[in-house]
Ligand binder design. Structure first.
Ligand SMILES: Nc1ncnc2c1ncn2[C@@H]1O[C@H](COP(=O)(O)OP(=O)(O)O)[C@@H](O)[C@H]1O
Ligand SMILES: [Mg+2]
Length: 227
């Protein structure tokens, strides 16, 4: 579904990512784990076309590295950005609708509400009055509204208590089962990734230093995250 080959990314002259190779198969959940500043957000922004890159990005069989961000979205890539980036003074439902293609809106809204019944109850509430976990549900819901083939999740567990992270993990598993879409999660919080991901990569200082099954990542915390 997604294949990134020898990808480098730059802000002006500063090179942030070096020779990244990774793939996400259809229906697969893949995690990219890395400490703060490793380049996780830059990686997702590169896939969306928001950063200058070199190298190849193939999505659904098509080279997309020269396409504009909106063209990539139209092909079926959706992002749930770091820090959620919701509209705080709009209602839950209006925030969700922002992510939708008009003709599919009602169906998608129904699905998001079945996934997160609490959002249905609170659909007319302003987003700024919701808890962090509920806001993350809105952000994930919004990313689903365009009926994507691939969703990119930027640290969905950020700032959330473990019990809320658990809820988000359950929702991601259900999305995988119900929709069979591909999911790429970047995280510092290893526990969420361990719960939902099929495979993982470790990103440190702009380079992939390890890849493998989730089981192979058990000693990760000591090795890469406490330095
Ligand atoms: N807009 C930007 N301009 C210049 N440098 C940036 C910009 N955004 C991020 N960086 C730098 O790129 C590196 C990786 O950042 P980022 O991708 O946000 O890491 P992570 O998401 O893993 O914390 C950091 O050194 C950061 O300072
Ligand atoms: Mg980040």
């Amino acid at each position: 579904m997604l294949r990134v080959e020898d990808l480098s990314a730059f802000y002006d002259k500063a090179q942030i990512l070096r020779g990244i190779n990774l793939k996400v198969d259809r229906g697969e959940v893949v995690a990219v784990l890395g400490p703060n500043g490793a380049g996780k957000t830059t990686l997702l922004r590169s896939i969306c076309g928001l950063v200058r890159t070199k190298g190849s990005i193939v999505f659904a069989g098509k080279e997309i590295s020269n396409l504009k961000p909106h063209e990539r979205i139209r092909l079926g890539i959706s992002i749930c950005p770091e820090g959620r980036r919701l509209f705080p003074n709009m209602t839950v439902e209006d925030n969700l609708k922002v992510g939708a293609l008009l003709e599919e809106c009602d169906d998608r809204l129904r699905y998001v509400y079945s996934l997160f019944p609490k959002l249905k109850e609170r659909r007319n509430q302003l987003v700024k009055t919701m808890s962090g976990g509920e806001q993350q549900m809105v952000a994930i819901g919004r990313a689903l509204m365009s009926n994507p083939k691939l969703i990119l999740l930027d640290e969905p567990s950020m700032g959330l208590a473990p019990i809320v992270v658990e809820k988000i993990a359950k929702a991601l598993k259900r999305i995988k089962e119900d929709l069979g879409i591909s999911i790429l999660i970047v995280e510092q919080n290893i526990s969420l990734a361990f719960e939902v991901a099929d495979r993982a990569y470790v990103l440190v200082k702009g380079e992939i230093v390890k890849e493998g099954s989730i089981e192979e990542m058990q000693d990760l915390e000591k090795k890469y995250f406490e330095i």
